[in-house]
Design a protein around this ligand. Sequence first.
Ligand code: SF4
Length: 217
Amino acid sequence: MLPVNEFFETIQGEATFTGMPSTFVRLQGCDVGCPWCDTKYTWQVNPTYIDPLPIILKKTAASPTFASVSIDDLVRTLSALQSRHLVLTGGEPCMYDLTELSGRMIAEGWTVQVETSGTEPIRIDPRAWVTVSPKINMPGGKIFRGDAWKRANEIKMPIGKPADVETLLGLIRSHGPGLIWLQPLSMSKKATALCVEVARQYGWRISAQVHKFLDLR
Ligand code: SF4
């Protein structure tokens, strides 16, 4: 069973799969504690907030409610949707073993992507695309995992200040090179200018949250 906060179809707006029509499944639960987190309602897995799957499927507003869904029901539910690129997000989806769900969706002809902070073991089908957005020294005290960096198909690094660039350079020194995307924190002008500067300097790329320009979620 997986705790699903919401399903929604949109355009993937970030990093390698930018522009891809996608079905997002947001899982409930995260103990990383990023201060700027825009999905704080996913942090607690509180059984008093469990709702039936049909209610969660119709959900349109952010809230801590979730459905506890079997893999069979998830596969069945997803198969009725149009966008056949599945993005598993959260919360922190890697709190859960995603191997069976991802393997079955790939067998159905889907592509599967997970977005993770790199603080949990990544249990997912080897054919799935793994996006690691490293969260370092966050209030939750979770340790960033070197094996997450090694498994990552891409790194999407939130950048708000020069110290974040230093953190990224330290990760590269410790764990090796990767496909690096810079994510300007809150898309602020200051963060964006910094990202442009260091992208030029190091040959990295900028992930511009295209869905926001398209007025999509
Ligand atoms: S890892 Fe993601 S969901 Fe968890 S606190 Fe940080 S931004 Fe929020």
